[in-house]
Design a binder for this molecule. Structure first.
Ligand code: SF4
Ligand code: SF4
Length: 717
């Protein structure tokens, strides 16, 4: 991984009394070190990738503390790593993106939560929910309830977040329950400061290892009959211990307010949006003081029935501000009120949106109904007018934009090695007919957007080959499964390849070997090319396989007999091999490895290198592609086949022609796809390849002078 976190790592070294300034996720990372963790692991994913990325690069710092850092193969291996804290008094933390990661980790989580933990355990969960999220819209809360895990949702303010990390470990030890901390994207990126404490060297660590293993204790195994006792312990001892800790340490915040007849219970992470919304009604000031009493739940599971009762008792109504569906917290509060026979009216999803992110505008809409019902009209009237005006403005803007602008879905980077492969798939389909395509998670899922619109289903990370198992037998034509190298190592090797081989399936798998888990920030893999592969610095067609054969060797070792490696940028060759895979009489698993380094990662390496050559006055050649506007016939077939953002349109310079012509703009990285497509699809001959020579040698200057002179002489004045 080429992104440097040097500055961030310096912040992790801060000591007692010094002030940290920065983002929420880095503050959490610092808090882990202050809490004396012995080990840290995880699997990357937005919005928590930085935690692990920073830790992996901070090897010297963490090694000095004796902390072990593991970049896990997937979330299941990260969750299983927490098993260290079942027997031993060691604190451990892992991180991943939810809900996908929690789904993958679910087996290990249940088996961790059943015996419970001795040392404190914290999972830092990226709660990727709401508009802009990249996963299915579900909530981590369900896992906390089903497996009896602590769930913290801290108010997104750095000191609170840091304090909650340290409390999470202590509460986990007090209750023997593993803890999860869910962080929305806003909490990860909120900026602020907090007063640091020294990093703590753990008592048991890589520097101070245990002399002996723990004694055998069947009760710590998630095995019957121990599991029956575990279930009882969860209810009789662990949950009460957690509730005691929450009350004694004041983790949830009870704020009084002038309108004592009302109350609001809010998830900690939504507190700023709630306060901003109350401000619009004149019910909170700029410093976050609310006139309606609040119960801020920095711990959303388990709830403390006494705290709920304390807020609700004697009030006319309570509103629960809870994001997403189902409304687990509201349901539980309703149960607590009913059991105590409290007659306080309870509102929540009857006023707030049932689904979607609770941003300020969404909360204002729900609060409006609450305020109109329970407070004098003076509070609600101006907000109702403001909300109506905002909605009208949005509708007007949307109507104008819809008419004026095309939709702009996300797409591949300029020069991405995956784009040519989808061009080749389009061309192959012209010959073999339309294909059912089992897509997967990763950058390649951008091919589901135009101009490719390829992919029938996405069933999870690394699941494409497995997801076609039910489709293949029903199809006359073979099904094409597409997977990245990230997905292959995360899950695809076992759930897909092993299963297809075992069942003797007639299947086709295309693996993108771009060298990294690119979609999550280009983290390294076991098949990442060797850093000494010098040729890769300059040659985009350099073979990744020459420097790392792990994928190919693994497939061969497992018994894959039909295996082809083709360079991604060779469109015609790729088309031919796809056609071959679809039509060969070989009846078994056929794997095509499309190798071509992630262009984002390549450019991160190539650009500074080229800049250093230029700075030294050395000769640099850059390849550029272009379109001869006199030749372009304006049918734009090249764009429909490529989708590269730097291959675009401009007005036709010929006054007699109305169709715009294709043009290549500045961002072109010279990947060569334009030329490859023009050749493979027999497009018009308007593309040209140019070499831009900087710091040319003397003979190149001389040749240029002669050519320029000849052109001047040949061209009419
Ligand atoms: S990050 Fe790499 S693999 Fe992903 S779209 Fe960009 S160039 Fe392609
Ligand atoms: S050569 Fe074509 S496809 Fe490649 S970066 Fe340039 S414009 Fe885009």
């Amino acid at each position: 991984m080429e992104v440097s976190f040097k500055k961030e790592i310096e912040q992790l070294r801060l000591g007692d009394g010094e002030t940290f300034h920065g983002e929420g996720i880095l503050a959490i990372t610092k808090a882990l070190l202050q809490s004396g963790v012995s080990y840290i692991g995880g699997y990357q994913g937005a919005p928590v990738s930085h935690l692990l990325d920073v830790m992996v690069q901070a090897k010297d710092l963490v090694a000095g503390l004796g902390v072990h850092v593991e970049a896990c193969a997937n979330e299941a291996s990260a969750a299983a790593m927490l098993g260290a804290s079942i027997h031993y008094p060691v604190r451990g933390a892992v991180t991943w993106k939810s809900i996908v990661g929690t789904n993958v980790a679910a087996d290990a989580l249940a088996n961790l939560a059943s015996p419970g933990v001795t040392g404190g355990v914290l999972m830092v969960i990226g709660e990727d929910y709401g508009e802009g999220a990249s996963v299915v819209q579900e909530r981590t809360h369900a896992y906390a309830m089903k497996s009896t895990l602590l769930l913290l949702d801290p108010r997104p303010e750095l000191q609170t977040m840091v304090d909650m990390v340290e409390h999470a470990f202590a509460m986990s030890e007090a209750s023997n329950m593993p803890a999860m901390m869910e962080l929305r994207i806003r909490a990860c990126h909120v900026r602020g400061s907090f007063s640091c404490r020294d990093n703590r060297r753990p008592a048991v660590s890589a520097l101070a290892p245990l002399a002996e293993p723990g004694r055998f204790d069947y009760g710590r195994l998630a095995h019957p009959p121990s599991t029956f006792r575990h279930e009882k312990l969860k209810v009789d001892e662990r949950l009460p211990a957690a509730r005691r800790y929450i009350v004694e340490q004041g983790l949830n915040e009870l704020h009084p307010g002038r309108h004592a007849e009302l109350g609001i219970i809010v998830q900690g992470g939504l507190t700023p949006a709630l306060l901003r919304s109350l401000q619009q009604f004149g019910l909170a000031d700029a410093f976050g003081e609310s006139e309606i009493p609040l119960l801020v739940l920095n711990v959303t599971y388990p709830l403390v029935p006494e705290q709920v009762a304390q807020l609700a008792e004697g009030k006319r109504a309570v509103l629960v501000v809870e994001e997403g569906s189902p409304e687990y917290i509201e349901h539980e509060i309703a149960t607590h009120l009913r059991r105590r026979d409290l007659q306080t009216a309870l509102h929540g999803k009857d006023m707030l949106p049932a689904v979607g992110e609770l941003n300020t505008e969404a909360i204002i809409g729900g609060l409006l109904a609450f305020v109109q019902r329970y407070l004098p009209p003076a509070h609600a009237a101006p907000v109702a007018a403001m909300l109506a005006a905002t909605r009208e403005r949005r509708q007007q803007a949307a109507a104008r934009l819809d008419a004026a602008l095309p939709t702009r879905p996300p797409g591949f980077c300029v020069g991405c090695p995956e784009r040519p492969v989808f061009s080749a798939i389009k061309l192959a389909q012209q010959e073999v007919g339309p294909l059912h395509i089992a897509a997967d998670i990763g950058c390649h899922s951008f091919a589901t957007f135009e101009p490719f619109s390829l992919g029938h289903s996405i069933l999870g990370y690394g699941m494409s080959l497995a997801s076609r198992a039910g489709v293949s037998p029903m199809m006359e034509r073979r099904v094409l499964s597409i997977m990245g190298d990230g997905g292959f190592w995360h899950n695809g090797l076992l759930t897909g390849v092993q299963s297809a081989l075992f069942n003797g399936d007639d299947a086709v798998l295309l693996i993108f070997k771009n060298g990294y888990t690119s979609a999550t920030g280009t983290q390294d893999l076991i098949s990442t090319p060797g850093k000494n592969a010098k040729a890769m610095a300059v040659d985009k067609l350099a073979s990744l396989t020459a420097s790392n054969r792990t994928i190919e060797d693994t497939l061969s070792g497992l018994g894959v007999q039909w295996l082809r490696t083709v360079h991604s940028y060779r469109v015609a060759a790729m088309r031919d091999v796809i056609r071959e895979a679809m039509t060969t009489p070989f009846n078994g698993l056929k794997v095509i490895v499309a190798e071509g380094e992630c262009q984002l990662e390549r450019q991160r390496r190539v650009r500074p290198w080229l800049a250093s050559l230029l700075a030294r006055g050395e000769r640099v050649v850059r390849v550029k592609y272009g379109v001869d506007e006199d030749v372009c016939n304006g049918d734009h077939a090249c764009m429909r086949l490529s989708g590269c953002p730097t291959l675009t349109l401009k007005d036709n310079p010929d006054p007699l022609k109305v169709d715009p012509v294709a043009t290549v703009i500045d961002g072109c990285v010279g990947c060569g796809l334009c030329g490859e497509n023009a050749h493979a699809a027999t497009l018009c001959p308007s593309f040209y390849r140019a070499e831009v020579v900087q710091n040319p040698r003397w003979h190149e200057r001389a040749i240029d002078a002669v050519r320029s002179l000849a052109l001047r002489l040949l061209q009419p004045a």
